[in-house]
Ligand binder design. Sequence first.
Ligand code: PSU
Ligand code: MN
Length: 301
Amino acid sequence: MTAPIRCSDEVADALSDGRAVVALESTIIAHGMPSPRNVETAHAIEATVRDGGAVPATVALLDGTIRVGLDSDEIDRLGGPDEVAKVSLRDIGWVLAAGVAGATTVAATMFAAHRVGIRVFATGGIGGIHRGDPHDVSADLTALGRLPVAVVCAGAKAILDIPRTLEHLETLGVPVIGQGTDVFPEFWTRGTDLPVTVRSDDPARTAVILEAHWSTGLTTGVVVAVPVPTGHEADRSQIDAAIDAGLAEADRANVHGEDVTPFLLAHIADSTSGTSLDTNVALVLNNAAVAARIAGSLSGG
Ligand code: PSU
Ligand code: MN
């Protein structure tokens, strides 16, 4: 039986020619942003990766196959009104078997990227250890501990316990490269005082660090943490208030497990009347541009 994983022709050609490819997740489309901003952003991310000289490879599960590289209609389908499963590592098998549409989280996207030989992946923020429930640990951390893929992100959201998340990454042996920063970015804001493992001021330098990390035989992932561009930061006190209210609301509504992250994201987008969403879009596009440059340096080196 052949593995049910398939690259688009464009992605397959780029990989076999050794050209730069950037993996992209789809949970952000299906469960991370409201419609129609989700689909518009998904297309804009792909365009940004192309402008940066790399081939975008959005990952999803469709019709019983793990797909790497989607066409425009397929992206629209993931962000449309039809039910789409949220697929983390544990969900890949059952969603393939059911043949239903599935959007991949950071963890599942890393898995697919690694399987086809993509080393750089861009997204908004990684999952981690939740505030309130330290036993709610995202499988994104599991994947980072096991799969040699660089995840270019704006850190993690303060809906999580960020200090504990960073401690856990350290335990897993996952380096956090601060791209142009000494402190871990906190998604909507540029971060405060949590140190990164190492700072890199240039995407080409980041590629050198990645090559060195993996050249040793280490098989762990790497977090490349990029702060939201200045001028697009959200108001910290407004975000903090929205998070506190969202956490209380999630508790009251008895939201658990995989539903917690999407619930909090939707609550915060609503209660900041969309300004947090503008920040989210700006940082994802910036991460896509940085990831394309890193992938370009890696494939060239
Ligand atoms: N953080 C965000 N936006 C997102 C997610 C996280 O700022 O859309 C999504 C990503 O797909 C991430 C997933 O991998 O949520 C983590 O979910 P969980 O905590 O259930 O593992
Ligand atoms: Mn969880």
